[in-house]
Design a protein around this ligand. Sequence first.
Ligand code: FDA
Ligand code: NAD
Length: 434
Amino acid sequence: MAEKSFKYVIVGGGVSAGYAAREFAKQGVKPGELAIISKEGVAPYERPALSKAYLFPEGAARLPGFHTCVGSGGERLLPEWYTEKGINLILNTEIVKADLASKTLTSAAGETFTYKVLIIATGSTTLKLTDFGVEGASAKNILYLREIDDADKLVEAIKAKKNGKAVVVGGGYIGLELSAVLKINNFDVKMVYPEPWCMPRLFTADIAAFYESYYEKKGVSIIKGTVAVGFTSNDSGEVKEVKLKDGRVLEADIVVVGVGGRPLISLFKGQVEEEKGGIKTDGFFKTSVPDVYAVGDVATFPMKLYGDIRRVEHVDHSRKSAEQAVKAIFASEQGKEIADYDYLPYFYSRSFDLSWQFYGDNVGDSVIFGDHDPSSAKPKFGSYWINNGKVVGVFLEGGAPEENQAIAKVAKLQPPASSLDVLAKEGLDFASKI
Ligand code: FDA
Ligand code: NAD
């Protein structure tokens, strides 16, 4: 099979790839120089839509509506955009071997691709219950959500099991967003997770109490402190029951599992330095191998603001890291320098009528402020985190755009705070004054 050669190759066709492509175009990439190789069958798109509007019973989001870069308010990059720019979109193509020494990638079908500069943008994969040997976990209708094909399977199952029973395993992002959307689809929803409260990576007990109570009011039942240890199926091999460690058995027509992700870096094992489960990069997303960059979920990069190194599995960073890497590539070709990456962590989620944003670092002591009564007509509340006398993180539910900007500013500037009590009393006013 003929070898295809490109100056630049991006392996992975997700969010980072889309934003990298836009930056390549801005920097004046020439037709034929750039290829994006993706195992998905569609051009890069805004992945967050998959757990939200893609699953709505009415007015569901569908491609081409959410190809990148709409999520950041930019021009949507339709497949035609790539053609116009002379960017090769090589879809339905999984890279199964990467040889960084000879700068060669090999696809599952045996095609080879060579490059001068490689950007690794393979993102994450979902952890599967079968990986942990959970009995019966390969039954039909036990579903995961990462890519558009997974979302399509979910849409089919929602239609086939109309108004049925769903069990959602996991109390993180997928767990909370999917429980909501399944409820909106009129499913009877039970959510199961091992921790004492949902989203423990970010939420304090106070924040979680609001969401748990809100979800319960919407009819989602929450079962905490236990895990799924097995499944039974019917004669067609479809899941029928979920067995919990505490002995309870839940009926289920659909099970959605969101028990975390894992960055996809196995192709590069032993060839590139790793750190904290990802590929180690500098502030320009350069890896330990010359001409190889890593962006998005797979990159472990210096977090300048906090003087440490981290991996971030959120869309804002995937966009910004991709842009930074491409700027760095062009700058180095032109013998110029750019500033290194100075990232302010930004996470968000939306479900039901709720919408929250978080900026900064959730370390130190925290305090809740505002109206966090789940029965309020329009709850609006937040939380500040103080570390070493400075406000380092801010969470806000129900904020208006200017209020969200104000909390971002606080997290960036890290103003001193005299006490948690003062912050609790001042609430959003504290942020608005900064
Ligand atoms: P991304 O996963 O987007 O893309 C990786 C691409 O590489 C995929 O197309 C994959 O098929 C391809 N690939 C992998 N291995 C390959 C190989 N060997 N050969 C070829 N192609 C390969 N974040 C947030 O901040 N707010 C939100 O609301 C959400 N919502 C959300 C919903 C859902 C359902 C998911 C799964 C994730 C989110 N996220 C999120 C997280 C966010 O989407 C995620 O951090 C970014 O998509 C990461 O971008 P990447 O480009 O790194 O990976
Ligand atoms: P997560 O890490 O957010 O949550 C995993 C949850 O599953 C945790 O609560 C964990 O304790 C729980 N869990 C672990 N083992 C379990 C078990 N055996 N049984 C039941 N629960 C168990 O991961 P996720 O929700 O699966 O999300 C996957 C990826 O997608 C992450 O990278 C996430 O950042 C991303 N994502 C982000 C958003 C967003 O930012 N709004 C939305 C969706 C997905």
